[in-house]
Each structure stands twice: as C-alpha cells, then as structure tokens.
Design a protein around this ligand. Structure first.
Ligand SMILES: [Zn+2]
Length: 474
C-alpha cells in the first residue's frame, strides 16, 4: 500500500515536472512579431546562401534570425506567421531609377529618339498635364504595380516630390526621392532658380519616417549648366543629401557635351566635383574605359536601365566592365513612358540576356550577378546596403515571397535560374517592408486598388480629351 502510494506520488511528480519543462520551453521561446517561411530562402548574403525549408524571424521591423524553419520554430514564437510551401523567400527588389508618376504617360509616345522623345513629347506633355493631382494618382498607380511585383525600395525623380513622398509613406514603400531641378520651365517652375529653391526646401523641411529619404535631382548635364551643378554639389554637401541625375545616357548627350564643353559627360561632371559625392547616376551607357576607372574610384554609382536604353536606342551600357572595374552598379526600370512598365523581373532578365549578346559571351552576366543587381548590389548602389538588399540579421525586414507552384516554373533544379529566367512579377505573393506586410496572398493591403483604377481612368480620359481637342502641345 505504502509502496503503491509512493509510486503514485513519484508518478505525479514526474508528470508535473514534464508539464513544467514544457511550459518552460514555451516561455523560453521568444515572442516576436513575424516568422516568414520559404521552401527556398534565397538570402543574397555575400556567400549567396540558400536555405532549403528555411525561415526568417522578424521583430520591430528588423531581421533577428535567418535559418532552418525547425531551428527558428524552436527559438521563436511569432504573433504572425506566413507559410512558405513551394515559395521562395528573398529580399525585396531595389529599383535604382524611376519616375513613378509617369505611369500616367504609359504608352503615349513610343519609338522615338531620346532627344526627340524628351523635347517634343515628354517635356510638353508634362508642362500641360503634370500637377499635384496627376502626381498623386500616378504615384499611387505606380505603387500598386511596384509593390505587387516585389519592389520594396526605389529611387524616384519626379515633380512635386512632396506629393509622391506622402503616397510612398502611406503605401509602405522605401524611397529616395529626388526633387527635380532643371534650367528651363517645368511643371510648377519658371526655370532653375525656383526649381532649385524648391528642391532645397523639400530636403530641408522633410519630416518623414526613416523609409523616405529626400534627395536632389538635377535632371542631366545637358539640361543643367555647370554653375548650377556646382551649386547642387555644394548644397548636397551641406545638407548631407544624396544626388541623383541622368548621366552619359546616349551618343546624343555625348555629342552635346562635346560641343558645349569639349569634354565627355563623366569628365564634365568630374570637373564640377560631382564624382566626390555619393551620386546615384542613371544609365551611364557611354562611358569610355578611363571614365569607368574614374567612376570606380569615386563614390558614384551607375544604375543600369536595360529596357529604357533598348527602347530609346540609347546603346548598351558596359555593365560587366563596370562591375569588373569596381563601379557600384544597380538596376532600374526608368519611367513607364520609356519602358513601359515598372517590372524589375523584366530588367533582371534583360540585364542577364543583353550583356550575353552584346559580348558574344554567355558567361558575361551570370544569373546570380543579374539578381544581385536588383538586390544586394542594387541596395549598395543607392546607399542603402546597410539597411536592405539581403536577408541578414540586423537589416530591415524587406522581403518577398514568390510562388513557384505554377507549371511554368516546374521542375525546380536551380532556384536562382528560375528567379532570373522564368519568374514573372505576377508570381510574387507577399511583400513585406520594415517587417510590415504590404502584399498578402497577392492582395495589396495599403492602397485601394479599385479606387485608384477609377481615378486613373478619369485622368486618362481628361488627357485624351485635351489631346483630341488640340489644347495640348504634342
Ligand atoms: Zn530617367
């Protein structure tokens, strides 16, 4: 009897201790905001680590752990989890050069040379139609497209940047916004003096979250005088603001700079002190070897825009040579008027293909390098390498999931190959920025898609009517 009682007591004690250790284990698991899983976690870290059946733990907007799903589950207990079966989890894409609101001019002026396209179509249309309302509707439409396609960071350059900044702030995008400055009349401005003053004021008075970074955006060396570019360098230094500008975009620009200043575009801006700034230079299609070496030694980065360069017949940027020389290179869509979309997957694929054909060499642009241009290298190029571009502990949680279940993506031998050569923007199902879920199961949570579409149709009807009635320039 006594032995039986002792047995019962010991048994009960064992049960209590098992229950306690289970409770202890749950208590030991750290309570965090989010765990996102992936059949393949493509980290884009320096080693190119890919974790099969992995997960990323997120707390307070930052990545706190990256590893196998089993290990993350053991350590953490999340308020929200996102399943990753048949999905890739990877860093969000970085669009290093765009004019977001120009989506409202999508498909309006195709198949023209750069200078003809700019001076006879784009600049007059902007003068006629671009105002705060246009920019708000355009930036919202652009956000829908970019966020649903997995873009999480952009460098934008467009009129009324304070309006775009509010849209990007609200929809959750990470953005560097360049206030445009140009020597001749532009929307809202008579010329250089007021566009420069407004740009400086935009940077000085900016009061946004850390996701929104104001910048100065002189248009190009052929539309802004040397004295004015010097002013930009000076004020950028004193405000500690980034500069973004079009540079060495095509042979026509090269000839203009040659005629006016008897030099080449990169040498021209170097003489003005611009290579001593962390300038984000869009295009850089026609640098010579010495200019590539100058860029490599500088803080300036080059953003490659393959679709826009192809469409405008601008030429082929020597991207493999620039990377080899040590130039910081990223990837961009440019505006939708010269693309005609904001799809970074197309840019990745075109970058991978274009340099193979240009060099008669299939090894000229490996898939992994093309993917890096839109992630880790792209983030470095726009000065955000510490914050985003890879899934590494300490970075902001900017990440996306891609659904690989479509027959078009079967079978999967090499996930990097698929991401570069087969995935489409419509395969993106999740977009997370700063740990906040922006797109869930393909649905955008921060914008009203139906209302934006209604406003876009109304605005395009207005533009069409003005053009038809001959009240517009083109
Ligand atoms: Zn551009």
């Amino acid at each position: 009897m006594i032995t039986g009682l002792r047995f019962l007591i010991v048994g009960a004690l064992i049960l209590v201790s098992v229950a306690c250790s289970r409770e202890q284990a749950i208590a030991d698991e750290q309570q965090i905001d989010l765990i996102s899983y992936g059949r393949w976690v493509v980290t884009m870290d320096p080693a190119g680590t890919i974790i099969e059946n992995g997960a990323v733990a997120v707390h307070n907007g930052k990545i706190i752990a990256v590893g196998s799903a089993a290990k993350i589950d053991e350590q953490y207990n999340a308020i929200k989890t996102i399943p990753g079966d048949e999905r890739v989890l990877m860093p969000g894409l970085v669009n290093g050069h765009t004019h977001a609101a120009m989506v409202l001019f999508r498909g309006m002026a195709d198949d023209l040379e750069l200078m003809d396209w700019l001076q006879n179509y784009i600049f007059p249309m902007e003068g006629q139609f671009v105002n705060e309302e246009f920019v708000k509707i355009g930036a919202e439409l652009a956000c829908l497209e970019m966020l649903r396609g997995g873009t999480t960071s952009i460098v934008d350059m467009y009129f009324y940047p304070q309006v775009s900044a509010q849209v990007f702030e609200g929809c959750g995008l990470r953005a560097i916004l360049g206030a445009p400055m140009i020597d001749f009349p532009s929307p809202g401005f008579a010329g250089w003096d007021d566009s420069f003053a407004a740009g400086v004021e935009f940077v000085k008075s900016a009061n946004y979250s850390s996701r929104i970074i104001p910048a100065l955006a002189p248009h190009a060396p052929y539309t802004v005088s040397p004295d004015h570019l010097r002013e930009v360098v000076e004020i950028a230094g004193s405000l500690n603001a980034p500069i973004t500008m079009h540079l060495a975009e095509d042979m026509a620009e090269k000839s203009l700079i040659e005629q006016r200043y008897s030099t080449t575009p990169v040498r021209h801006v170097a003489a003005l002190g611009m290579l001593d700034t962390a300038m984000i230079a869009a295009h850089v299609v026609v640098p010579d070897e010495e200019e590539i070496a100058m860029l490599a030694k500088s803080k300036v980065s080059a953003i490659h825009n393959p679709t826009s360069n192809m469409k405008l017949g601008a030429g082929i940027s020597p991207v493999p040579a620039m990377i080899k020389a040590g130039v910081k290179v990223g990837l961009g869509t440019d505006g939708a008027a010269s693309n005609n979309d904001l799809d970074m997957w197309e840019e990745i694929r075109l970058a991978a293909l274009l340099h193979k054909v240009a060099n008669n060499d299939p090894t000229a642009m490996p898939a992994m390098t093309a993917l890096r241009l839109a992630t880790s290298m792209g983030a470095e190029a726009i000065g955000l390498g510490e914050a985003t571009g890879s899934l590494e502990v300490g970075k902001q949680a900017d990440m996306i999931q891609i659904d690989m279940s479509d027959p078009r993506l079967q079978p999967v031998y090499d996930v990097i190959s698929h991401l570069v050569y087969a995935v489409r923007s419509s395969d993106v199902v999740t977009t997370i920025i700063d740990g906040k879920i922006i797109v869930e199961e393909g649905e955008i949570l921060t914008l009203d898609s139906a209302e934006i579409k209604r406003q876009v149709i109304a605005k395009s009807d207005e533009i069409r009517a003005a053009l038809t009635n001959g009240t517009a320039e083109p």
